[in-house]
Design a protein around this ligand. Structure first.
Ligand code: FAD
Ligand code: NAD
Length: 471
């Protein structure tokens, strides 16, 4: 009989996705002994069925859309899309990034990687495959799964989710998407770009978390690209076709159905009850601002601890846990500073409060500084003038939030993330020397708008005239 393998590391990380890998890499390189458990693919959702394949597919769709726009520059291109080749590109991109998240790399860094499901057997002990692990601290980073509604006919229809979408090899004749959040909108943009007819149905409006003026830019652009959009639509059933039946009787038929109505944190099978860890099956593992669970040895980060569901949030959480668990510093997560970007064509980016959220919290004393891409010379040169920026400030010029809908909004939001995080006032952006001609000038111009009423007002004119008289 072989002796049972028992490990007693400083840290056990459960889940080798965006959050778990960041904690494991940081901790092991700071001298901590780390056991890393992964029951599925190294890299988690982001690498295999999330950010990476979706952005690679969007790049293919946008390349085709750019080629179709080339005529405006006097460039004639005839566009034909090889769907199988576009999907091969997606998997090639995953393969190129995979070594960075691989078992080999983490073993080489010094982690012990166990490729098996982990579950608590009591408050201090985990069983991972045939290994018993008794660590000093545990970090749960088990991610989330797509939510599929329990509607008549849904299970029989076996719809696509993000876990199966990127396995498609043949071009769908028509893709019907249920859900108008980031996944639905991004995949509508990608498939439309690739020449696939798309129907999208969603409760309320698309991108409901975003500013209505900004989401309108994305809506107009998707409609112009041919999207058959049904907002204020509640799914009621699925019939063979597949046909999505809406509560008001509308019937939307396609060759494929993609369900993207949100995420459910992965908490099942972890033995959380045995470890005394509080959780809610829908909202995930309960944590405090320091990301501690109700078991003082255990932290939870990323999607398994509920929204917001972003890779950079999981990465931020990882840094907070390293400071708390390794250095015993009382660092707190700042989810209010987590930006988000929907990579449609054009992109929509937001950090901090939208106008509506700022009015709710600060009343009508706020100011909204808006600028259109049409007023930006670079946008004119590139013939991408759709979209706008909205910066929300308080009466003293303190930045409360910024949203941008337009080309490369995901890049343009970054100085605003820095400004908000550092508590900068609007004057810092207004006085920045922005290189000409760049799309980024739109931010400086919006910031300058804070001073326009006073700068060009009667008081300034009087002062300038007075000073002129003084010689
Ligand atoms: C289609 C799509 C596109 C996205 N695009 C973006 C984007 O552009 N930008 C962005 O910021 N975010 C994006 N996201 C969200 C992002 O993918 C997630 O927020 C991120 O992956 C969360 O990281 P995580 O570490 O919490 O979980 P995951 O990356 O999901 O990793 C969790 C890991 O834990 C493992 N695991 C679970 N239970 C156990 C167990 N009991 N034992 C061992 N292992 C276990 C799982 O197998 C998995 O590998 C996207 C998501 C989707 C679905
Ligand atoms: N670019 C990015 O950063 C990115 C990209 C994709 C996904 N993500 C993350 O993954 C999360 C999940 O994305 P998602 O798009 O699946 O979910 P979501 O929760 O963000 O949006 C789901 C949408 O579906 C609608 N909906 C829900 N139930 C419905 C029903 N029965 N009938 C009709 N409509 C219904 C909701 O009103 C909502 O608009 C996102 O919230 C985001 O955090 C991020």
């Amino acid at each position: 009989m072989t002796a049972e393998r028992v490990l007693t590391p400083d840290l056990c990380v459960v889940g080798a996705g965006s959050g778990g890998l960041s904690v494991a890499a940081g901790a092991v390189q700071m001298g901590t002994s780390v056991v890393l458990a992964e029951k599925g693919r190294m890299g988690g959702d982001c690498l295999n069925v999330g950010c990476v394949p979706s952005k690679a597919l969007l790049a293919a769709g946008h390349a085709a859309a750019d080629a179709r726009r080339a005529a405006a520059f006097g460039v004639r291109a005839s566009v034909s899309v090889d769907f199988g080749a576009a999907m091969a590109h997606v998997h090639d991109v995953i393969a190129r990034i995979a070594p960075h998240d691989s078992e080999e790399r983490f073993e080489a860094l010094g982690c012990t990687v166990l490729r098996a499901p982990a579950a608590f057997t009591d408050a201090r002990t985990l069983r991972i495959g045939d290994v018993t692990v008794r660590p000093r601290r545990v970090v749960l980073a088990t991610g989330s799964r797509p939510t599929v509604p329990d509607l008549p006919g849904m299970a029989e229809a076996a719809p696509l989710t993000n876990e199966t979408l990127f396995d498609l090899r043949a071009r769908p004749d028509r893709l019907v998407i249920l859900g108008g959040g980031p996944i639905g909108v991004e995949m509508a943009s990608a498939f439309l770009g690739l020449g696939v007819p798309v129907t999208l149905a969603t409760r309320g409006s698309i991108l409901p978390k975003d500013d209505p003026d900004l989401r309108a830019v994305v809506r107009d652009s998707l409609r112009a690209a041919g999207l058959d959009l049904h907002e204020q639509a509640e799914a009621a059933a699925v019939e063979p076709g597949p046909t999505l039946v809406l509560a008001d009787g509308r019937r939307l038929t396609g060759s494929h159905l993609l369900v993207a109505i949100g995420r459910t944190p992965t908490v099942a099978g972890l033995g959380l009850e045995a470890a005394g860890i509080e959780f809610d099956p829908q909202r995930g593992i309960a944590v405090d601002a320091r990301l501690r669970t109700s078991n003082r040895r255990v932290f939870a980060i990323g999607d398994c601890a509920g929204p917001p569901y972003f890779t950079h949030r999981a990465g931020h959480d990882a840094g907070i846990v390293v400071r708390n668990a390794l250095f015993r510093l009382p660092a707190k997560a700042r989810h209010d500073l987590v930006p988000w970007v929907t990579f449609a064509d054009p992109e929509l980016a937001q950090v901090g409060l939208t106008e509506a959220a700022a009015r709710d919290r600060h009343g009508d004393g706020i100011r909204v500084l808006a600028e259109s891409f049409a007023g930006n010379d670079r946008a004119q040169a590139e013939r991408r003038t759709e979209g706008r920026i909205k910066v929300v400030v308080d009466g003293k010029g303190r930045i409360l939030g910024c949203g941008i809908a337009g080309p490369r909004a995901g890049e343009l939001i970054q100085p605003w993330v820095l400004a908000l995080g550092q508590g900068l006032k609007i004057g810092a952006v207004a006085t920045m020397i922005a290189p000409y001609p760049t799309l980024g000038e739109i931010g400086k111009r919006a910031a300058g708008g804070f001073y326009t009423p006073r700068l060009f007002g009667a008081g300034t004119r009087r002062l300038v005239r007075l000073l002129a008289r003084l010689g």
